[in-house]
Design a protein around this ligand. Structure first.
Ligand SMILES: Cc1cc2nc3c(=O)[nH]c(=O)nc-3n(C[C@H](O)[C@H](O)[C@H](O)COP(=O)(O)OP(=O)(O)OC[C@H]3O[C@@H](n4cnc5c(N)ncnc54)[C@H](O)[C@@H]3O)c2cc1C
Length: 429
């Protein structure tokens, strides 16, 4: 595929493949620092159900540092200051974020498409930000071992984007890792998750909570008008669940949480139940000359703790902090890219270890006919100590070694222009 016509050739200082949370945030942060950035997104919109919708305090603080938290919180959302586990013996608070020292002591639940619409809307105020929807990156352009950009497909035909730096932020199935010869380390999570929604009704609890008992583990997220529900199964059990049939599945949901038994009929079809094949992996090396991988493309996370979107955003912040200078100077060295990996790899690996332990515990003590979950006596003792009690909340809220925006004010001369928004007149493009 050779592109020669100039209208089919794009040039940018940085080309970002994928406009998920990692790509959108990196695009915004580079644009506000005056870097010419092109973001390619293969879909026509951001409408995808059951994605990472959990904005933790670390992410809200980043949005605050960018001056965007108040605007974000004007969008429809729910807040969970506490995560609880209901066990047969009683309810245990797993994480109480309400006690943390932050302006945002809660998890903000917001559909990912609203978040992405908001972030890209803000980014589009900068003339040096370009987002091309319906543009699917296909192949890296490699010259003398250096990635020089990417070839991509659009409804109007093939195009080529040439850039000083290409960032793969295209999620957990990124083909560009293989194309770049980057090797993965894979682990084998012991669970999969079925996601579905059921209506919320008057008298339902307000909290977001996990329920363990009767051989099942389910997590219920209060999304205002409905419950977003995660039904955890053993890895590979999905076919068995399908073969047993929808009626058996509905009954199991109702038996596990009797308060929901009156509405399981809302599940009409397996189309209403989405399988998340839990995957956990990471790249050994996140970069090669001209290319950096971030977000799920660098490390797919298990859904335990709802950290995936927050880690993806933390990668974007670390990448923007480390690379704005080199990108502006027109020279990105391997050590600049290495700095991003060094900043983010350890926090990611530590969280993956926590998730793996939690998954094994769910499988060994909860799933299965004799599942009788409990908290071991030594752990109960430890949980009485305040610093230990606040540890899960701190890890969920801030992760390990949180990232902050280096420059809170946009660089002078980035050309941020007023744009008319649907809700209020703020800035015009
Ligand atoms: C069913 C499900 C439920 C989840 N639940 C949670 C949760 O509750 N909490 C949580 O924190 N995380 C959750 N996650 C994970 C979370 O969604 C991801 O960790 C997060 O979205 C990663 O962000 P990202 O930007 O790295 O990648 P992605 O969100 O995967 O974004 C990648 C983007 O790249 C685009 N793209 C892909 N290939 C190309 C290409 N060739 N060219 C151009 N564009 C391309 C995609 O369309 C997409 O927009 C869930 C994931 C799934 C699948």
């Amino acid at each position: 595929m050779k592109i020669e016509k100039p209208e089919k050739l794009r040039r940018a200082t940085c080309c970002v493949i994928g406009c998920g949370p990692a790509g959108a945030m990196l695009g915004l942060m580079l644009a506000r620092e005056g870097v010419d950035v092109l973001v390619l997104e293969k879909h026509a919109d951001f409408l995808r159900d059951f994605r990472g919708d959990t904005l933790h305090p670390s992410t809200m603080e980043v949005m605050d540092e960018l001056g965007l938290a108040d605007g974000l919180l004007e969008l429809e959302h729910t807040k969970a200051p506490r995560l609880e586990a209901r066990l047969p013996g009683g309810t245990v608070t797993v994480a109480d974020l309400g006690r943390l020292k932050t302006r945002y002591p809660y998890i903000t639940f917001m559909p990912q498409w609203d978040f992405l619409d908001y972030v890209t809307g803000e980014a589009e105020r900068y003339p040096n930000f370009r987002l091309e929807m319906n543009s699917e990156a296909k192949e890296l352009i490699l010259e003398d071992g250096i990635v020089r950009g990417v070839r991509y497909e659009t409804p109007e035909g093939p195009r080529e984007a040439r850039a000083l730096l290409t960032v793969a932020a295209d999620g957990r199935s990124s083909p560009f890792r293989d194309q770049a010869g980057l090797k993965m380390v894979r682990s084998s999570p012991s669970i999969d998750v079925l996601w579905f929604r059921l209506s919320r009704r008057e008298g339902d609890p307000e909290d977001t909570f996990g329920y363990a008992g009767g051989g099942r583990f389910m997590a219920l997220i209060n999304r205002g008008e409905y419950w977003q529900i995660a039904y955890v199964i053993r890895k590979g059990e999905y076919q068995e669940v399908r073969t047993d049939g929808l009626e058996v599945f509905r009954r199991s949901v109702g038996e596990t949480i009797p308060e929901l038994a009156d509405r399981t009929g809302e599940l009409q079809d397996w189309e209403d139940v989405k399988l998340l094949s839990v995957q956990a992996d990471r790249l050994r090396r996140w970069h090669r000359p001209g290319l950096l991988c971030i977000g799920d493309a660098a490390h797919a996370m298990s859904p335990v703790g709802g950290v995936g979107i927050n880690l993806a955003i933390a990668d974007a912040v670390a990448a923007a902090n480390a690379l704005v200078g080199p990108l502006r100077a027109g020279r990105v060295r391997s050590r600049d890219l290495m700095a991003v990996q060094l900043r983010r790899e350890l926090p990611t690996r530590v969280i993956q270890v926590f998730q793996s332990v939690a998954q094994r515990r769910v499988v060994s003590s909860v799933l299965g006919p004799d599942g009788a979950p409990s908290i071991p006596a030594p752990a109960r003792m430890l949980l009485r100590l305040r610093p230990v009690r606040s540890l899960p909340a701190r890890i969920i809220a801030f992760g390990i070694w949180p990232n902050h925006v280096k420059r809170r004010e946009p660089s002078a001369g980035t050309g941020r222009m007023p744009v008319a928004r649907k809700d209020s007149v703020k800035w015009m493009r």
